[in-house]
Structures are given as structure tokens and as C-alpha cells.
Ligand binder design. Structure first.
Ligand SMILES: Cc1ncc(C[n+]2csc(CCOP(=O)(O)OP(=O)(O)O)c2C)c(N)n1
Ligand SMILES: [Mg+2]
Length: 324
């Protein structure tokens, strides 16, 4: 696979934007500046980035409760996202959605979703609409290993297969659904094998290797655009933080410190950085500069969010329901 240097540097930048964003969210959540829940994506950045690097602005994604990375990779502006997390009127959902419900039609983000696996049928519906309009877009549905055991997984894959819909189903197998290990609740451990049940294409990739994720998605997106139907891609990865921020105390009850440390050594960002430097795609100083720019952008986003107004009590029901 031959990728332009600019494309690869852009992908590195996106992964780092997600990482730095999440690190600051972690900090501000601990300081109680962010209400509600925050499920961080640290450790899984290569999945959202490698997948979305194949998408155009008018392609769609459906996201999950762990959705900040998906939104950033699909083009979400950090300051508007941060404002949403702070519950401010300047956020993507005017402060009514928060971390788990960021949506923006103009960017093709059909919504993060607090209901596990609920994005999958939405993706199918969007893909059906594209097909009926004879459009050329694709839809990516991100979901977890826990979601793969929900009924909607089966229904969505079956219908998408029967109707040959332009969907790419991306299973982010981080091996846990809250505290439940996938190996304890799945009769098979490679969920992509379920492709056989629906008669569709599918594969397994190292979700911490952005180039593998990119390549698998490139093929799947092409297939979808050519009218050849859906693909199931399973990305093996790992979340570094607890299921949600605040869970830290419980962490070592369902997975060991050693296991977490082992996966932290497989950091997707360090790995790609090493690749870029070894292949002389760029220099360390350039990557450092990118990091500094991102950190400045995030500080600006925080200031923006802090200085933005709260919604007024009388507007509590505004923006919550769809207006015809
Ligand atoms: C339908 C439904 N059932 C249960 C929950 C509670 N819940 C929230 S996140 C989660 C685990 C999801 O695991 P997974 O799909 O693997 O995603 P991950 O958190 O690992 O990214 C559960 C059970 C929910 N939000 N919705
Ligand atoms: Mg999981």
C-alpha cells in the first residue's frame, strides 16, 4: 500500500488529537468540570482514525458511548465537541447531548449513542436511504465486542446483507464490555467469523496498527461503493482507562495491572510514530510541532467551552425532539 506522506502525517495528527483531547477530558472530568459520564477512547485511536481516513465528509458514521474518537476522526471540531461535553449552548447539540450523544448531520455523524448496539440499525437505515436515492456514500457503524452480542447486531447484518447495503460494520473488540470479558461470553473469540452467518465479507485486523485498519477499510469501502454489500471488520484493541472515568478503583478486579501494562506497550500512536521515523516520512521535530499545535488547540477549546453560556432553564425541551 502506497500512501502519500501528507496522508500518513494527517492520520498521525488525528490519532494524537484524539489522545490529547481524551487526556484533557480525563483531567477535567476528575475536577468535575464535565457533567454526566465520560467513556474514554485512549488506546483505540488507530481504529477510528484508520477507518475514517477512508471516508468523505458526506459519508456517514454511527458511533457509540465511547465516541469522542469517532467524532474527531470524522472531522468534529474540538471546541464544539468540548463545549458539548461541558453542556454548553455552543456544543454540537447545544449542550443537550453531552459526551454520549454528539451528532452533526453536516459532518455525517449520525450520533454517538448511549444504547449499546443502537447505532447498527441506524447505519442500516441510512445505507438503505443511500441505496434508494442511488447515492454513492457509505455508512460506517462502529460498535464494541459487547454490542456484537446484542440482537440488533444480527438484525442489522442480516438486513444489510440481504439488501446489499453500503455499510461497513467495524467491531472495536477491546475485549471487555464494562467488566465482562469477551472470552467469557462468546462461544467464538473472533467475531469477524460471524460473516459466514450472513454471507458477507469480513476480516480481522490488529486494531493498534493504523495501516492495517486503513487497508481493510479501504477495501470494504470500495466494495460498498460498488454496490457489493456490507463488510464486517473486527479490530482487536484495548482500552487503557476504566470503562468510564471514575471506575479506576474497580479496574483490577476484572483485568490485571500486568494485562493493562502489556497493552500500553502496544500504543498505536508510538507504533505509527516509529514507522514514520524509520521510513523517513517525517522528522521527530515535525511530529513534536504537531503535538504542540494540538495541545494549543485543545487549550483554546477548553477556554471556549468554559466561556460559553449554559442553556437557559426555559430552553430545556428545545433541541431535544426532532422538529418537522
Ligand atoms: C442496550 C444496553 N444494554 C446495556 C447497557 C449498559 N452498558 C453501557 S456500555 C456497556 C458495555 C459495552 O461494551 P462494548 O460494546 O464492548 O463497548 P466498550 O465499552 O468496550 O467500548 C453496557 C453493557 C446499555 N447502555 N445499553
Ligand atoms: Mg468492549
Amino acid at each position: 500500500m502506497n500512501l502519500e506522506p501528507e496522508k500518513m502525517i494527517g492520520m498521525y495528527q488525528t490519532m494524537l488529537r484524539i489522545r490529547r483531547f481524551e487526556e484533557r477530558v480525563m483531567d477535567m472530568y476528575a475536577r468535575q468540570l464535565i457533567p454526566g459520564l465520560a467513556h474514554l477512547y485512549i488506546g483505540e485511536e488507530a481504529v477510528a482514525t484508520g477507518v475514517c481516513a477512508n471516508l468523505k465528509t458526506d459519508d456517514y458514521i454511527t458511533s457509540t458511548h465511547r465516541g469522542h474518537g469517532h467524532c474527531i476522526a470524522k472531522g468534529g471540531e474540538l471546541k464544539i465537541m468540548m463545549a458539548e461535553l461541558f453542556g454548553k449552548t455552543t456544543g454540537y447539540c447545544h449542550g443537550k447531548g453531552g459526551s454520549m450523544h454528539i451528532a452533526n448531520i453536516n459532518l455525517g455523524i449520525l450520533g454517538a449513542n448511549g444504547i449499546v448496539a443502537a447505532g447498527m440499525p441506524i447505519a442500516g437505515g441510512a445505507a438503505l436511504a443511500i441505496k434508494m436515492r442511488k447515492g454513492n456514500q457509505v455508512v460506517v457503524s462502529f460498535f464494541g465486542d459487547g454490542a456484537a452480542n446484542q440482537g440488533t447486531f444480527h438484525e442489522s447484518l442480516n438486513m444489510a446483507a440481504v439488501w446489499k447495503l453500503p455499510v461497513v460494520f467495524v467491531c472495536e473488540n477491546n475485549q471487555y464490555a464494562i467488566s465482562v470479558a469477551a472470552r467469557r461470553v462468546g462461544s467464538i473469540h473472533d467475531y469477524y467469523l460471524r460473516k459466514a452467518a450472513y454471507g458477507i465479507e469480513g476480516c480481522k485486523v490488529d486494531g493498534n496498527d493504523i495501516l492495517s485498519v486503513y487497508e481493510a477499510t479501504r477495501e470494504a469501502v470500495q466494495r460498498a461503493r460498488e454496490g457489493k454489500g456490507p463488510t464486517l471488520i473486527e479490530c482487536k484493541t484495548y482500552r487503557w482507562r476504566g470503562h468510564y472515568e471514575g471506575e479506576a478503583d474497580r479496574t483490577y478486579t476484572y483485568r490485571s495491572k500486568e494485562e493493562i501494562e502489556e497493552w500500553m506497550k502496544k500504543c498505536p500512536i508510538d507504533r505509527f510514530k516509529k514507522f514514520l521515523l524509520e521510513k523517513k516520512v517525517t522528522k521527530e521535530a515535525n511530529l513534536q510541532k504537531i503535538d504542540e499545535q494540538i495541545q494549543a488547540e485543545i487549550e483554546e477549546a477548553i477556554e471556549f467551552a468554559k466561556n460559553s453560556p449554559d442553556p437557559e432553564p426555559e430552553d430545556a425541551l428545545k433541541d431535544v425532539y426532532c422538529e418537522s
